[in-house]
Design a protein around this ligand. Sequence first.
Ligand SMILES: Cc1cc2nc3c(=O)[nH]c(=O)nc-3n(C[C@H](O)[C@H](O)[C@H](O)COP(=O)(O)OP(=O)(O)OC[C@H]3O[C@@H](n4cnc5c(N)ncnc54)[C@H](O)[C@@H]3O)c2cc1C
Length: 419
Amino acid sequence: MSTSVSTHPDEFLPRDTADVVRTVRDSRKSTKPLTIRGGERPDEELAPPEQGAVLSMRKMNRVQVVDADARTVRVQAGARLSDIDRTLAAHGLGLPIVGDHREITAGGFAAVGGLSNASHRFGMFSDNVVELEYVDQDGRFGTCGRTHHTDRFRRILGGGGRTGIITALTLEVADMDKDRIWLTTDAHRFLDFDTWVEHSFKEIQSPGDSMLQVGRWVDTAPLKVARPVGTGTVQLGTVRFGQWSSLHPTTPNLSLRARREVGARARKSLGAIAASAGGRAGMPVRNAAAGALMFAPKVLTPRDAEYLADTVISSSERGPAYRISVFAPLSNYTRVFHGLHDLFAGHREKTGCFTVISAMTYGVRSRYLRELDNEDHGFITFTCRLRPAAVPSELLRDIVSGIDEICVAERARRYDPTD
Ligand SMILES: Cc1cc2nc3c(=O)[nH]c(=O)nc-3n(C[C@H](O)[C@H](O)[C@H](O)COP(=O)(O)OP(=O)(O)OC[C@H]3O[C@@H](n4cnc5c(N)ncnc54)[C@H](O)[C@@H]3O)c2cc1C
């Protein structure tokens, strides 16, 4: 087994593929399950499993070869996307799809599929994998790719580590200097859910030259607090608001540079405030900071945009929530969106199980999904804040079967390789 130092007694930190092979073969002699992990994220998601061992790829983190002519990069699976991108930047290249925080590894992202606000142009992260090396559950080494062992290739990509451990990948990269391209936001705001969905659909269908795109909707439950104003009353605590942002390339001038500078400083301060506002009491502060950042600033670079949410959003996302993500074929996109929204809003109305219901959406032009459905997709995520006491298991079952019915009727696919 690996000899690298780890703080967890059952954590293995292989340095190369031979180490992975040995670890997997040894683990077969034990009854303990082996959990694969990409990088290092010091939060509860990555707490060591109570039983079983962990194989962490974080020491296999080298960016091995940049082939600028072929527009590819070869990396070990534990290489962080942010580090790969930094290496590529020196060649005026960039990863088309990166995840929403800096610790994500190439192997971990390929194993879940991997989406971003650029997926309307570049599909999933896994669509950009040309070839990979893996070790299977029996500890056998192999390679597969777009042109050889294609079935295995498809099974491993998006397989969540259950169909093989990725040890190295060759990735397609884009001609994209993420620090020198300037983007400006074309934003549209909405108070009405139906109009927001309709607008999102049109933007996803015809994105024009937008490099990034995202739609966000927030709907808080009324706090049931009313204050007299004039001759009537105002219901407090109800916010229903949506925005669509498309980010288009622009030419930087002095005023845009100054705006970007001010924006970057403001985001940094908000990030610091949100990260330091801990516990339940800090939730309103984190929510306010996340709210302020929820909508894209007027001017920024692709690099700014990719990590916009890194500090603030993740620190605001503590607390119980029910999340669901689906790929909706564009022909059924609006029906899926309305179906899911009505399902969650209906349960909130009836039982008070949810407080805030928020949604996020953008387009996905994925080679892989196109092969299955012969059309492009809209990605839809709902996050419903829970009142845990108000969600008994029967209710949860009702919600899940409601989602399943919508997915079957509308040919939508759940995005959750952990299922
Ligand atoms: C289902 C799901 C989808 C997600 N989608 C996105 C997204 O689209 N965009 C985004 O920004 N964030 C997404 N996240 C959050 C997070 O950014 C990703 O999980 C990301 O892959 C984490 O990277 P990691 O390297 O830390 O992998 P981990 O969190 O350690 O692992 C993620 C999954 O991949 C497996 N895995 C890790 N490394 C390997 C490997 N080398 N070989 C095989 N399997 C491996 C793990 O067993 C686990 O199932 C998603 C999370 C989940 C659970």
